[in-house]
Design a protein around this ligand. Structure first.
Ligand SMILES: O=C(O)CCC(=O)C(=O)O
Ligand SMILES: [Fe+2]
Length: 357
């Protein structure tokens, strides 16, 4: 089976990691990180401008997994928002403390040390900027460490004497998140009448074993000029779904059609669940992948972990036959996760329309 980490082989990306900033030593926003000019005003919803958040009363739904109505509420949230926050999911909070401790330990290493685990241009794993960086003229105020399969090779470089405990945390975190992702996917599919027998690769037998996932550990250092900076530029995830843990610092926003950018404030113990492009394809557009971005602030470092969950990398994802009919033709051609990642690396936010029929 082709491995997920091979998706970028054809499309190497040079992110000039040697120019990575030591964010903590910067007193003034360098021009290469300034997304707007001083005093510039933004009255329209341009996703590339930081300062146009919406402060209306529309909120991303918060859903209690123990609520007997949870499957229905989740189905509705996915249809109307493409995102929701999940509480009472049963995952011990100590696991979030553990992964946050590992992430913070990683990002507080010196730049020199972190670069020992730098992502290669063809690779997916390791330390660097977000891969989407190359599609924007300005740099983002964040650092990202991506883990695909095992973190061992990189963690040995970062912590030669102390890597085991950090590896154990990551392995446990990934295992628990995959299980939750599986459960949520079934809840969403059941809400539109698709049963486990109808989607073999995601079924109880194959799913948990073969499904692929990756982790993004993200750090958004405090920023001397947050109104002109961007933590993470607007994008959709190339996943079935993404489970996001965020520390208690705000910054995440999602774009809601007809409303604008809506903040997703941290909820204690809560997880943010995003619909990704592959679920968008599988649902023939019924569950839209959600555009999201991260803003930064002047005083507090924000930390997040995104678990990017997808199907086995060589399974073709296509609009489900139950969601196709005479009045609703298939909107997308079949793609594997590997293929889609390569497409995204080329076309970025136009990737979904590039696989449209
Ligand atoms: O940090 C966040 O809240 C979002 C991270 C994210 O969108 C990603 O890693 O794809
Ligand atoms: Fe994302």
């Amino acid at each position: 089976m082709p491995s997920l980490s091979e998706a970028f082989r054809e499309d190497p990306l040079h992110l000039h990691l040697n120019k990575l900033l030591d964010f903590n030593s910067i007193q003034e926003l360098p021009d290469s990180y300034a997304w707007t000019q001083i005093g510039e005003h933004h009255t329209t919803i341009n996703p590339n401008f930081p300062s146009n958040s919406c402060h209306g009363d529309e909120n991303v739904p918060i859903i209690n997994l123990n609520d007997p109505n949870a499957p229905k509420l989740i189905g509705n949230a996915c249809k109307t928002w493409g995102v929701f926050q999940l509480v009472n999911h049963g995952i011990p909070l100590s696991l979030f403390d553990d992964i946050e401790r590992t992430g913070m330990a990683l990002f507080s290493l010196s730049t020199h040390q972190k670069l020992k685990a730098a992502r290669t241009p063809e690779g997916m794993s390791g330390y660097g900027r977000a891969r989407i960086s190359s599609f924007f003229p300005k740099l983002m105020w964040s650092e990202c460490f991506t883990i695909v399969e095992s973190p061992l090779e990189h963690f040995i470089q970062l912590w030669p004497n102390d890597y085991t405990k950090h590896c154990d945390v990551v392995v446990e975190y990934e295992k628990v998140m995959k299980k939750l992702a599986q459960k949520l996917i079934w809840m969403v599919l059941t809400s539109i009448g698709i049963s486990k027998e109808e989607l073999k690769w995601a079924g109880p037998k194959d799913g948990p074993k073969e499904a692929c996932s990756a982790l993004h550990l993200n750090s958004y250092p405090s920023c001397p000029d947050p109104d002109r900076a961007m933590g993470l530029a607007p994008h959709t995830d190339s996943t079935l779904l993404t489970i996001l843990y965020q520390n208690d610092v705000s910054g995440l926003e999602v774009l809601k059609e007809g409303v604008g950018w809506v903040a997703v404030p941290p909820v204690p113990g809560g997880l943010v669940i995003n619909i990704g492009d592959l679920f968008h394809i599988l649902s023939n557009g019924s569950f839209p992948s959600v555009l999201h971005r991260v803003l930064v602030n002047r005083t507090r470092q924000r930390f997040s972990v995104a678990c990017l969950y997808g199907p086995p990398s060589n399974v073709q994802i296509r609009p489900h036959p139950k969601l196709i009919g005479p009045n609703r033709p298939a909107l997308y051609r079949p793609v594997t996760w590997n293929e889609y990642l390569a497409t995204k690396a080329k076309y970025f936010n136009k990737a979904l329309s590039s696989v449209q029929l």
